[in-house]
Design a protein around this ligand. Structure first.
Ligand code: AMP
Ligand code: SF4
Length: 467
């Protein structure tokens, strides 16, 4: 899958609000952490759909003044972070297509495991693809469906997709939201005080426009929002075990979001508490890697009875560095992003809590700078289990060959990152912390919820160790 895109994205949509464009701008802005490569908005006005999109952050790609002037009763927004393959405006979303059913704007979060096969088949049938996103696969499936109505074509096309995905689709008279049959990727429904319905990858997008959280879109559900209200349907007639991405809870989602009705902040705190019970350390201070690990570090500190302090500060103006194209840039990025508050760490025994350890780049660098600032001991604690398997459902972490826990044992990782001790949360600890059943934990070695064996592109990739 060397050329295939893996998307980390955020989707937003609203129907029935005369400030739909501006509200979508703010909603999309609040999902910025889900993707910083490109951003876009599609607005429906007088049965016309227009799309504005560009590269970079929401504030770079779109102009708030323009969006606040734009008329329209429905709109959708998208932020994207593609991590492999080309980074280009062609792949920026929403994607606008004209089909025999009329205009269509699409936004996607997630990744299809059968995209390559579907694309090949569509190309053989004469479809011409502009870019490399999975959303184009859906739009071509819709365009080529033999069904009479758009709705039936959409349902039929969604049913052909496999993987972890959430789609928002804007047509000339409705906004649709769909979530994969196992609910791997999140999609929530909200409502404004004036009654307009809203869809978003995370509930933090509702808060910013004064809407409230109604419920999660169910796995395999297709929601239609129109002038006359909301309709719920299913695009698959079977039900599968739910497998919501546990990594959303561990790292990806914002701490002020609720997913499946659960607060990400509370879950992260709980994971930190369980980690402290499982792997205590004798230390003077607990520090977290800001911002994503702060709740877990606070949980660890509370459970361990060790004070939590702000030993590391983050430069807010450095975007996420995790998936820089090469190791040198990645290391430079980590260096610019985080620095030490010497007064907190000098002469102290430190527990350093991070939410995850993927390649080990962050831990290695942080332990070095903590020691340079006078830390006597650094005990690394990771608030998730060893990350051993690449994700194929939309969270790009890294190639199998680069995953520390896939290639080294605990002691080797400890030495590589330079910690005095290293411990991870156990898989059981993660399950306990997440409380309900029904999570994907495939990257922690718990097995892929959507079988990959039928997809030769991925099966090959696993054996050769790359994505
Ligand atoms: P690494 O430096 O490769 O060990 O990655 C772990 C660090 O990156 C942790 O501090 C995480 O908070 C962060 N992280 C983990 N997964 C991701 C991701 N998919 N995108 C961006 N950052 C991530
Ligand atoms: Fe999330 Fe990991 Fe499953 Fe991917 S493999 S969907 S990152 S839990």
């Amino acid at each position: 899958m060397a050329d295939e895109l893996h998307e980390e994205c955020g989707v937003f949509g609203i129907f029935g609000d005369e400030r739909a464009a501006l509200k979508s701008y703010w909603g999309t802005f609040s999902l910025q952490h889900r993707g910083q490569e490109s951003a876009g908005l599609a607005v429906l006005h007088n049965e016309e759909i227009t799309v504005h999109k560009g590269m970079g952050l929401v504030t770079e790609a779109l102009k708030v003044e323009e969006e606040s002037q734009r008329l329209g009763l429905a709109a959708m927004g998208h932020v994207r972070y593609s991590t492999t393959g080309e980074s280009s405006i062609v792949n920026a979303q929403p994607l606008l297509m004209k089909t025999r059913f009329g205009l269509l704007a699409l936004g996607q979060n997630g990744n299809l495991v059968n995209a390559a096969g579907l694309r090949q088949q569509l190309e053989q049938e004469g479809a011409i693809f502009q870019g490399t996103t999975d959303s184009e696969v859906l739009s071509h499936l819709i365009a080529r469906s033999g069904r009479q109505s758009f709705y039936e074509a959409l349902k039929e096309s969604l049913a052909k997709l496999q993987g972890g995905f959430a789609f928002t689709v804007l047509t000339q008279d409705a906004l649709y939201g769909a979530r994969d049959p196992q609910g791997i990727r999140p999609l929530a429904l909200g409502q404004t005080e004036h009654g307009a319905y809203v869809l978003a990858s995370e509930s933090c997008a509702f808060d910013v426009i004064g809407a409230h959280y109604v419920r999660e879109i169910a796995p395999g559900e297709l929601i239609t929002l129109r002038h006359n209200g909301i309709e719920a349907d299913r695009f698959v007639n079977f039900s599968m075990d739910r497998a919501l991405c546990s990594f959303e809870m561990i790292y990806f989602a914002r701490p002020d979001s609720r997913i499946e009705g659960q607060s990400t902040y509370i879950i992260r705190r709980r994971l930190g508490e369980i980690l402290a019970q499982e792997s205590p350390a004798v230390a003077d201070v607990v520090i977290g890697v800001p911002d994503s690990s702060t709740p877990a570090a606070m949980g660890y500190a509370t459970a361990a009875g060790i004070p939590f302090d702000m030993g590391l500060v983050k430069n807010r103006y450095v975007a996420r560095t995790f998936i820089s194209p090469n190791q040198a840039l990645r290391e430079a990025g980590v260096q610019l992003k985080l620095s030490v508050v010497k007064e907190v760490v000098d002469g102290k025994r430190i527990v350093l809590v991070d939410d995850s350890l993927v390649r080990g780049t962050t831990s290695r660098h942080l332990i070095q700078i903590l020691r340079r600032a006078g830390a006597r001991e650094v005990h690394m604690r990771i608030a998730s289990p060893p990350y051993t398997d690449p994700c194929y459902y939309g969270i790009d972490t890294s190639r199998a060959t680069e995953l520390a826990a896939r290639n080294m044992n605990r002691e080797q990782i400890r030495k590589t990152v330079g910690a005095d001790s290293l411990a991870y949360l156990s898989l059981q600890g993660l399950k306990t912390g997440l409380s309900q059943d029904g999570w994907c934990m495939a990257c922690f070695g718990a097995g892929y919820p959507v079988p990959l064996r039928d997809h030769t592109d991925i099966a090959l990739d696993i054996t050769k160790g790359g994505n």
